[in-house]
Design a protein around this ligand. Structure first.
Ligand code: G3P
Ligand code: CA
Length: 253
């Protein structure tokens, strides 16, 4: 059923490499993205933040401590300061000297026909430079999705670039046996903010929820699945994409 009714961007279940092939290579770097393509991923997911001097760089955390050893706060550092850091060595000496990529470098590395899930980690002010970089890139609209935990940013995307696909990162948890936020409130937010997809953690997702979403024309994306059997289950349930750190071990139908 899902195959018949999901949007044109996701005609089958896509494998999305979370921060690139981040189990085997340093997350959010060009080597991790290259490895994801070698491992046949359909898309990469990448996190972006704004620097002090207005550049958009690919990094998950607010600071560089975990991936570089040295602690710089991204929002208080310049691109030149950030690009002096080595964010590869923490994953193995073969990655020594790997730099934090700019959004332009990431966009330029995406092969034809492959996709990127752009997660905006910093505030709404990050959107304008991202749209500028998209417009200056050779990426086509069908290669791009913007995702965020902040639904307001996704509404801004629709205001400034209505053709760009959006998906809301919403972690549905269970509180006292009930989903929190409630599924009804999730559905309302998706509608109110004109969002194309729900990206949710796998914990409390079931077939009924997936079908409800897809019946109302909303795609269902699931993260982060690092177990091949679990991935098979979600593929059978018809989710639109599976985000994983290990794209090489997720087999598509
Ligand atoms: O794709 C969803 C996932 O990336 C959200 O969590 O913390 O890895 O950015 P996080
Ligand atoms: Ca992310």
């Amino acid at each position: 059923l899902a195959l018949l009714i999901s949007s044109p961007l996701f005609a089958e279940t896509f494998v999305v490499a979370h921060r690139g092939a981040s189990k085997q290579a340093p997350e959010n770097t060009l080597p991790a993205f290259d490895l994801a393509w070698k491992h046949d991923a359909d898309a990469i997911e990448a996190d972006f933040r704004l620097t002090k001097d207005g550049h958009v760089v690919c990094i998950h955390d607010q600071n560089t401590k975990r991936t570089a050893g040295k602690n710089l706060i991204v929002a208080k550092s310049t691109l030149s300061e950030l690009q002096k850091l080595d964010v590869g060595s923490f994953k193995g000496k073969q990655f020594k000297g790997t730099k934090i990529p700019t959004i332009e470098e990431v966009f330029a590395s995406i092969p034809k026909g492959k996709k990127i899930f752009i997660e905006i980690k910093s505030g709404p002010e990050t959107l304008e430079p991202i749209i500028k970089a998209l417009n200056n890139s050779s990426l086509k609209p069908e290669q791009i999705a913007i995702i965020s935990f902040k639904e307001k940013i996704l509404l801004d995307v629709k205001k400034h670039a209505p053709h760009i696909y959006t998906s809301w990162l919403c972690n549905i948890k269970k509180k006292r046996g009930k989903p929190s936020p409630s599924f009804d409130s999730v559905l309302k937010t998706l509608k109110d903010y004109k969002i194309d997809g729900l990206s949710t953690s796998h914990n409390h997702l079931n077939t009924e929820m997936i079908q409800t979403l897809q019946n109302q024309g909303t795609d269902c994306h699931v993260w982060t699945i690092n177990d091949a059997r679990q991935a098979k289950k979600f593929i059978e349930w018809g989710v639109d994409s599976i985000t994983t750190d290990i794209p090489h071990s997720i087999s598509k139908p």
